[in-house]
Design a binder for this molecule. Structure first.
Ligand code: KG4
Ligand code: ZN
Length: 339
């Protein structure tokens, strides 16, 4: 059985709502909070306040665009975790209130699982099993996806996430938050081989990005001491070189896992999968290796409620509901199994 579900995403700095009907996304409204830009990162207290302010208009707009009345809804879903506690609480409380007043079930979604299920919003959809590289601001994981609700995390970062590496290196360069999209933009005019940064070797399918961040900081300090305009004069080359290094680390493990696990259905998910060079590299590599590559639409890569709605759709079919007494879990693990 399936139905019409309203989904809410409020884990970080996007307030988003989406309506899905029998697996088809009817609307996806995303309001990005700009208040954090000048602070060089997301300020949790400001995020909670902005969610509180945005949530009602965003939900109303999502229902209006989908041409759905509240009384048509069969369930309401929210991001249960991982994320910022105060931010998650806004979405969870709102969803609970709606579920209670409409007397419909409540669905709690794992944000990381939802990033992967963004692959099922648009066509063509991957076949099972597929191998997904999830790259976001908080996570870097390699996941074998056996079915919509059956996944196995085979590798992950042992320290920073790759999105964090993008954002922190951008911050060192004096760029605004979030730095990932800016590095992507400036890198387009730069030489990816101009500067070299160390590529730490981590066993299995795991990743590490904290060493590269430190090496980058030391390099920038050293060069800026010699020439105070170093960053400004070499902006494009620095961005292209650091981006190239980060993508090389990701690709190495993705290729290894694909070969050893013998999976050629390959997907990428999460905010960093919006990166144009990562998208191109994976497509080119895929051509060479006979992969079927799946990259979600740009707006389904960064945080959005359509992916939460898609996950909720499958959970609804699997009768996976939450009690009204539930609370969000900021450190919710994603191991692949839906316990
Ligand atoms: O998935 P997401 O929207 O939020 C989390 O769940 O963390 O990912 C946000 C991350 C940020 O680190 C941001 O800098 C990065 O995705 N990002 C990018 C690009 N667009 C977003 N990184 C590199 N290139 C981009 N074009
Ligand atoms: Zn995310």
């Amino acid at each position: 059985m399936s139905g019409i579900i309203l989904a809410i995403e409020s884990s970080c700095d996007e307030t988003s709502a989406s309506v899905v009907s029998h697996g088809n996304v009817l609307s996806n409204i995303v309001s990005t909070q700009e208040v954090h830009q000048k602070y060089g990162g997301v300020v949790p207290e400001l995020a909670s306040r902005a969610h509180q302010k945005n949530i009602l208009p965003v939900v109303s707009e999502a229902l209006k665009e989908a041409k759905i009345e509240k009384s048509d809804l069969d369930a309401v879903a929210f991001t249960k975790g991982p994320g910022l506690l105060g931010a998650l609480l806004v979405g969870a409380s709102f969803a609970k209130g709606m579920a209670m007043s409409l007397d419909i079930p409540l669905i709690g979604v794992n944000h990381m699982q939802a990033h992967i299920l963004a692959h099922f919003i648009d066509d063509p959809k991957p076949q099972f099993p597929f191998l997904c590289l999830t790259v976001s601001g908080g996570h870097t994981q390699l996941v074998v996806v056996k079915s919509p609700l059956e996944m196995e995390v085979v590798g992950e970062t042992i320290d920073d996430a790759v999105g964090e590496a993008f954002d922190k290196t951008a911050k060192i360069m004096g760029l605004d938050y979030p730095g990932g999209p800016l590095i992507d933009k400036y890198a387009k005019d730069g030489d990816p081989l101009k500067f070299e940064f160390p590529n730490v070797n981590i066993p299995d399918y795991n990743f590490s990005f904290s060493g590269i961040k430190t090496a980058f900081l030391n390099f920038m300090r050293k060069e800026s001491q010699k020439n105070e305009n170093f960053i400004e004069e070499n902006k494009a080359d620095i961005c292209a070189s650091i981006q190239h290094t980060l993508i090389k680390i990701l690709m190495k493990k993705l290729i290894k896992a694909s070969k050893e696990l013998n999976i050629k259905e390959i997907g990428i998910a999460g905010g960093v999968s919006a990166n144009s060079s990562l998208r191109n590299t994976i497509l080119e590599e895929g051509k060479k290796r006979g992969w079927n590559v799946f990259i979600p639409e740009f707006e389904h890569c960064t945080d959005n409620a359509a992916m939460i709605a898609m996950a909720a759709h499958y959970q609804f079919e699997g009768n996976d509901f939450e009690a009204l007494s539930t609370s969000p879990n900021p450190r919710m693990k994603f191991t692949g199994t839906n316990e």
